[in-house]
Design a protein around this ligand. Structure first.
Ligand code: SF4
Ligand code: SF4
Length: 217
């Protein structure tokens, strides 16, 4: 998502890689669930997330749609997100103990927080610390790789770069050719979200196959 704030305003001014230590440790949240209570429909779901969620919950994208996943448009790209509870606006997966009910397969957006990603012109990205997002005092230094807790992180990061490229292409296409961008959104949604993944098989091989289909190879 493009932001209007400057990097210096929201971060400590540093860029990090997965092997770096960053001051983000918050004592296992220690009873706090603030960031899960004010999600404002911004827990965006990418294809890796839908693969993990559907596998973890033994469900499908179609079944989750409208119940726990909504669709919005971010920078001209149709983007699924986790819906919030009507009564208090908290994430629908926050349980009565104030803990994440899907912790083992929570979305990448939640794994990152309070980190963000900043993309370079060549499509690569760095991590950065969003210094105003988590109010926990005296944060400890944690290795970013451990914080994310994602197996095969280099493959995951390659997926993130590829997915970013696909969404940026739709966004850029929308400027000159909104009709083509609409068609790309429909194809993207169908190929990468609506078509079920096999949870017993490797995600990345399935994603790569879908990239080729999407690109018409
Ligand atoms: S705001 Fe910080 S301490 Fe509170 S739940 Fe979120 S990450 Fe944990
Ligand atoms: S999925 Fe879990 S970690 Fe993410 S906002 Fe919902 S309750 Fe919080």
């Amino acid at each position: 998502m493009k932001r209007n704030l400057t990097f210096e305003e929201i971060s400590d001014g540093k860029r990090y890689s997965a092997g770096d230590l960053a001051k983000i440790g918050c004592g296992d949240c220690n009873g706090c669930s603030e960031c899960c209570r004010v999600t404002e429909d911004t827990i965006f779901i990418d294809p890796y997330d839908i693969y993990s969620l559907c596998g973890g919950l033994a469900t499908s994208f179609a079944e989750m749609l409208d119940k726990s996943i909504g669709l919005t448009v971010v920078d001209s790209v149709v983007t699924p997100y986790l819906t919030k509870k009507e009564q208090d606006g908290a994430c629908g997966f926050l349980n009565s103990e104030g803990r994440c009910g899907i912790h083992a397969f929570r979305p990448g957006f939640c794994r990152l927080f309070p980190l963000g990603r900043i993309y370079n012109d060549d499509g690569s990205f760095d991590y950065f610390v969003q210094v105003h997002e988590c109010p926990y005092p005296n944060k400890t230094k944690v290795k970013i790789k451990s914080w994310l807790g994602i197996p095969s992180l280099s493959r995951y990061e390659e997926f993130v770069r590829t997915w970013h490229e696909i969404t940026v292409n739709i966004r850029d296409c929308a400027v000159d050719n909104p009709t083509l961008a609409r068609e790309a959104n429909v194809r993207m949604l169908k190929i990468f979200y609506e078509t079920p993944y096999d949870a017993s098989e490797d995600f990345y091989a399935q994603f790569h196959e879908r990239v080729l289909i999407y690109q018409g190879a």
